[in-house]
Design a protein around this ligand. Structure first.
Ligand code: NAD
Length: 434
């Protein structure tokens, strides 16, 4: 099948590479010529484990191409995926301008029938609206069909998730389109759920809202554990063994971030509001998460009073491990707050360190060497549970820092290990080690 994918971000690039890997001929189109140039040279524009090798292999086998020319990319495509961003508007609603622009571009270029598949996360009703928008612009005699195929990959394990997803949702207006998409995706071997357009769009938002709810729930329990002397990890383990609850997304921490949960929860609240429904539960989930981002600062100030002039090592900038994505990372909140309180901040990230200066407008230095960050620090703050941070012997802090005081927003070490290393250790929902 000849397929075009519009947008080569985290979702579009992974989708294009994976569709090529299962045998389709794929052209990925992006408006950013620099990205296209790098991709054409076999250099992935995002950090994602396993992506580079798979991309190169399919380029060499002439199944995967990149262009910034829509006309070229769409020329003989039977199916066109839209995988452009849907960021947040200032009122929290989803910004659909990129999807609309990409759809108009397809409508104006194509001269043959195509199935347009919307992979971007879009509010209920958008697929139908996009189809109507395109119908008004296509040439006479050209026919389009629309499908909603929301994406569930997680950054950091996107390739794995694409080949081992729990399910694929295909929302269409007719069985023929659903069958075509099922056939295209059949080699992935993932269970397919066929549904209508509106339900498909809602499945994506409801799934993200539910996962965010689980995170905020366990974070509230963690905050209560701290007050009552319980240990949230023991609590989560005991809860998670009940298969009705499940252990996933029950890890307490400084809250969720990233390019999806914050914007998608806000968009669902907005969507509900537009239909005269106040989504109280989700509003609380968002509020708890915002509070959670500030939790470590409160703990730090309680410990030190003032941090003016203190050297602080911030470990991890990315919103989660194994990605270079800083969008909505707690680091974006934490580093400016620490700097505003007069701390001398040095941020460490194994992959995303060079993005620090560009993304965070606060006086701080960045390094991709953890020892450099910890050297002579008065305290450390863990934002991202990168594997190298989790694997690090807690004695490393004692060896390198001026004062081995660690505020761990991701519960990377056991209480016993922190105690054994003589670390002063503050984590989330667990007893302090002092
Ligand atoms: P991104 O910002 O990383 O990538 C978007 C890409 O689209 C950019 O490269 C941009 O240059 C390109 N683009 C914009 N307009 C274009 C146009 N008219 N023609 C061609 N290219 C264009 O976005 P992303 O993180 O990949 O997310 C894409 C969508 O998938 C969003 O709706 C997001 O909510 C959803 N989603 C993201 C993830 C994730 O983990 N990132 C997971 C599931 C769903």
């Amino acid at each position: 099948m000849k397929i075009a994918v519009i947008g080569t971000g985290y979702v579009g690039l992974v989708t294009g590479v994976a569709l090529a890997e299962i045998g389709h001929t794929v052209t990925c189109i992006d408006v950013d010529p620099k990205k296209v140039e790098a991709l054409n040279q076999g250099v992935p524009t995002i950090y994602e484990p396993g992506l580079g090798e798979m991309m190169l292999r399919n380029q060499k086998q002439n199944r995967l191409f990149f262009t910034d020319q829509h006309k070229l990319g769409l020329a003989d495509a039977a199916v066109v995926y839209l995988a452009v961003g849907t960021p947040q508007n200032t009122d929290g609603s989803a910004n659909l301008s990129y999807v609309e622009r990409a759809a108009v571009e397809v409508a104006e270029q194509i001269d043959h029938p195509v199935v347009v598949v919307i992979k971007s996360t879009v509010p209920v009703g958008t697929n139908l609206r996009i189809k109507r928008l395109m119908m008004r612009r296509i040439r006479p005699g050209v026919f389009i069909r629309i499908a909603s195929n929301p994406e569930f990959l997680r950054e950091g394990s996107a390739i794995h998730d694409t080949f081992h997803g729990d399910r694929m949702i295909i929302g269409t207006e007719d069985e023929a389109t659903a069958s075509l998409l099922a056939e295209i995706n059949e080699p992935f071997g993932i269970p397919i759920v066929k549904t209508d357009l509106f339900s498909s769009e809602m499945i994506k938002y409801a799934s993200n809202a539910f996962l965010a709810t689980k995170i905020s729930f366990i974070n509230e329990i963690a905050n209560l554990c701290e007050k009552l002397g319980a240990n949230v990890e023991e609590v989560a383990k005991g809860m998670g063994m009940d298969h009705r609850i499940g252990s996933a997304f029950l890890r307490a921490g400084i809250g969720y971030g990233g390019s999806c949960f914050p914007k998608d929860t806000n968009a669902l609240v907005q969507l509900a509001g537009n239909h005269h429904h106040t989504f109280n539960l989700l509003k609380s989930v968002i509020e708890v998460n915002n509070q959670q981002h500030r939790l470590l600062i409160d703990k730090i100030l309680e410990r030190f009073g003032s941090i003016n002039g203190k050297k602080v090592a911030v470990l991890g900038l990315a919103f989660k491990p194994n990605t270079d994505d800083l969008r909505e990372s707690p680091a974006l909140v934490m580093i400016p707050q620490l700097a505003a309180l007069g701390a001398d901040v040095i941020g460490y990230d194994p992959i995303a360190a060079d993005r620090g200066t560009k993304w965070i407008s606060a006086p701080a230095r960045y390094t991709n060497h953890v020892a450099e960050a910890l050297d002579g620090a008065d305290f450390a703050v863990i934002i991202t549970d990168w594997p190298d941070i989790k694997r690090m012997d807690p004695e490393t802090y004692v060896r390198l820092m001026d004062q081995p005081i660690v505020f761990d927003g991701r519960n990377c070490y056991s209480i016993a290990a922190a105690r054994e290393a003589n670390l002063e250790y503050y984590s989330i929902g667990r007893p302090n080690v002092v």
